[in-house]
Design a protein around this ligand. Structure first.
Ligand code: TYD
Ligand code: MG
Length: 475
């Protein structure tokens, strides 16, 4: 037998290198190269003798009939929204998240929900003993007859067991990092092992129409530990996120071959497991302190769903040569941009001030539409003026200082109305979409809110400062 070739695989990015080195050439991570045999695993080329046995496959026209992907909704609305209306039979999902965030809890609840509709579910735990999983299921009220449980890590054993019985509707593997297979001779948890094990499980799922859910742990820097490669192999990747000390959790789609990728599901971790949060705005605005300056409510959008959150700013004179800028929950370069626009176009001097920005409740915003709310919070904090408590803010700010309309104006306004706000501060032109080109077909958005249309950011700053009783800080 030929001597198997040795190669070194980066456990962070999967890059293969013929020599060991302390640092991966591809991703720059230190101490991530691990010795693996080149002849095993999915990446290795088939031998010449096997290639000779290939046979012709049947080609079909792209323009064939398609059946709509049938779906198995779990009945957990927040989960079904994120998957795009339910699990698709024969598809593979990866659920990633930090340890202890609640992945096993979520999946046990999903398993119970599907089992209650008469579907067969198999839950394979590679991390916990059967008794531990049973204990959690009891706590969650998820003890269902249709859920078969096993504590196992060998892919061969799992597949052999599955072959004995009828293929289940849902198969949960908790977690992919614990699986190992005889066909790859690297240590469990290495890229080759995880990739080979995941591929074997995915092959089973596609063949028997089983929904496969793989759990993956995430490293500190937000990557699924080691097996980033698995992300490419599955049909959907969901991330389960939450901030330390906060009890709510957000399920986010990163990739979805069968649905939207910008939806979120919001849950609340309680003593009896995860509870759905149908109205996240109420949660994020729940502990609002309405009397402090520097707080502005932003009407945001996550996917198709409006989410209202409070943006808090603290602007204080700095004792440092280079003032401090700290941001939690938003993009720090976006903050620098808003600060620069305030300085350049609005006469708001922040060069001698420390600036802290926080999105309340540990929520994270990715939209540029938060620019206006951030600017309002900054000016309000600097001037020591409370913003009107009944106002919501949204809109993008360009480098020229102009306020630019953003998408989903109607949904944002509706949500603000629903939650009892009385006023929306928004870019000019938001209410009559498309009118600039002179070919507007859409009617003007009607609302019961008082609307304040802003053309330039300086208008907004001036409006806020006009309420100031102290001398303007801009000198
Ligand atoms: P778990 O699902 O085990 O996390 P993961 O699988 O992502 O590692 O959840 C662990 C945490 O959730 C643990 O700190 C306890 C907490 N928890 C509750 O608060 N309530 C519950 O009903 C359950 C089952 C767990
Ligand atoms: Mg777990």
């Amino acid at each position: 037998m030929a001597k198997s070739k040795i190669q070194f695989v980066c456990q962070n990015c999967g890059n293969v290198s013929p020599r060991w080195s302390g640092r991966c050439d591809a991703c720059g991570e230190w101490n991530t190269l691990v010795e693996e045999s080149a002849d095993t695993g999915v990446g290795s080329a088939p031998s010449a003798s096997r290639m000779a046995r290939g046979h012709a496959i049947e080609m079909v026209s792209l323009a064939g009939n398609i059946e709509k992907a049938p779906r198995l909704p779990t009945g957990i609305a927040e989960l079904d929204r994120v998957t795009g209306g339910g699990f698709v039979p024969g598809s593979a999902l990866l659920v990633g998240g930090d340890p202890g965030i609640g992945k096993s809890t979520l999946l046990m609840q999903a398993a119970a929900a599907l089992a209650r509709t008469g579907q067969q579910v198999v839950y394979v735990s590679g991390e916990e003993a059967v008794a531990q999983v049973r204990l959690r299921a009891q706590r969650l009220g998820a003890v269902e007859e249709n859920i078969s449980l096993a504590a196992e890590t060998s892919v061969e054993n799992i597949l052999a067991t599955l072959r004995v019985n009828k293929p289940p509707a849902l198969l949960i593997i908790d977690s992919i990092q614990t699986l190992w297979t005889d066909t790859a001779d690297s240590a469990p948890g290495t890229v080759t092992q995880v990739r080979t094990a995941a591929q074997a499980m995915i092959r089973y799922a596609k063949k028997y129409g089983t929904i496969l859910v793989l759990v993956g742990h995430v490293t500190k820097d937000g990557q699924i530990a080691g097996p980033r490669v698995v992300e490419h192999m599955v049909d959907a990747v969901l991330y389960f996120e939450g901030e330390g000390g906060q009890h709510f959790r957000i399920l986010r789609t990163v990739k979805n071959r069968f649905g939207p990728t910008d939806e979120i599901g919001v849950f609340d971790m309680s003593d009896e497991g995860l509870r759905e949060v149908p109205n996240p705005s109420e949660l994020f605005l729940g502990e609002r302190n309405v009397t402090a300056p520097g707080a502005a409510v932003f009407a945001g959008i996550e996917g198709t769903r409006p989410v209202l959150v409070e943006i808090q700013a603290l602007v204080a004179p700095s004792s440092l040569g280079t003032p401090r800028r700290a941001v939690v929950g938003w993009d720090s370069s976006r903050l620098s941009m808003v600060l620069a626009v305030l300085e350049a176009h609005c006469g708001v001097r922040l060069g001698q001030h420390d600036v802290y920005l926080n999105v309340a409740g540990g929520y994270r915003i990715s939209e540029p539409a938060a620019d206006m709310a951030v600017a309002a919070a900054l000016v309000s904090s600097l001037a020591g003026v409370n913003l009107p408590t009944e106002s919501v803010y949204f809109g993008e700010i360009s480098l020229s200082g102009a306020a630019r309309p953003v998408s989903h104006t109607q949904a944002r306004i509706k949500e603000a109305e629903k939650l009892g706000f009385g006023r929306a501060v928004l870019p000019k032109g938001s209410l009559s979409p498309g009118s600039k080109q002179g070919k507007s077909k859409k009617p003007r958005i009607a609302t019961s809110l008082e609307t304040v249309e802003i053309r330039e950011l300086s208008d907004l700053a001036a409006r806020i400062l006009a309420h100031d009783r102290r001398p303007t800080p801009a000198s």
